[in-house]
Design a protein around this ligand. Sequence first.
Ligand SMILES: *Cc1c(COP(=O)(O)O)cnc(C)c1O
Length: 356
Amino acid sequence: MPRPIRATLKASALRHNLKLARETAGEAKVWAVVKANAYGHGLERAARALADADGYALLDFQEAARLRLAGVTKPILMLEGFFRPLDVNLLFKYGLTPVIHNAEQVELIKHMDLPSELDLYLKVNSGMNRLGFGVDDLRPAYNTLRLHPRVGSITLMTHFADAEGPGGVHDQLRWFNELVHAFEAPRSVANSAALLRFKETREGWVRPGIMLYGCSPFADWSAEEIGLLPAMTLSSELIGVQNLAPGERVGYGFTFEAKEPMTIGIVACGYADGYPRHAGTGTPVLVAGKRTRIVGRVAMDMLCVDISDIEEAYIGTAVTLWGEGLPADEVAAAAGTVSYELLCALAPRVPVHEET
Ligand SMILES: *Cc1c(COP(=O)(O)O)cnc(C)c1O
């Protein structure tokens, strides 16, 4: 028998969340963002469940090839364009739409005899200062590409730095609009947070990611309140039980000490499964469906939970690390990170159980 840990991935939740994204997007078309192995959910599996999207967005050429091999015929947006000149051949081989975000890429396309028409996205730096063209170089880049006889549609896109936070999208969107108002081109600006909270971003093509997987980008608006369903549940079982006397300690570094008699359960799940090692004492967890807390340090293959008040808990009792009944967003917050990181980190050694 394998270790009792497993990840349950629910296609019905992905479908539900995509439907909600679609309804929110109104007339806009939807790229389902499936980068990083569909946020840890398995690329082909997620793509199948998200088949109602208008296209898929990712950034790895191998992942793009996998989608084509799986029979995907919809558009695929390459969020970081291409990395080396030879990659341009792959754009045609697999029929991909690149995001052009630097001058080298423009130069390369300019001097290339493209084998057929190429639609592309042109990335505008509206303040995040990672990728894209700004006030000085946007127009020349656009004109160069526009003059190429084989370049088809050019969509102007940007990405928000703080759509989920206090900054919102206002300043970046205003700057983007100033930069692009003179261009007759379709647009793409919204990630999940912008799509959900700012209706002025629901235009052209929206690019939801995290919401499709049932997590919230916001600290102050939960996935449940939004109406999202968790697509990934990480669960395991107790494989040991210990009774502690006051003063006894637990785990590596002896970071937790019992103040009174208590019972702890040992869970078959550790950081080598993708559980965050930074999740300290107090991080929420479900044992036999009841909410309790992690105690001590997360190890490679195990972690410890307080089961003093869960009388039925014993070896073999079910544990939910995150997912149904316990939002990954809450576990992430307790571990000082975001649900994105938890989902993406699900380790290949964790057996996956698919539900339709
Ligand atoms: C990852 C990504 C998204 C999706 O972001 P979420 O916050 O997961 O919705 C959208 N656009 C770009 C450019 C991205 O890299």
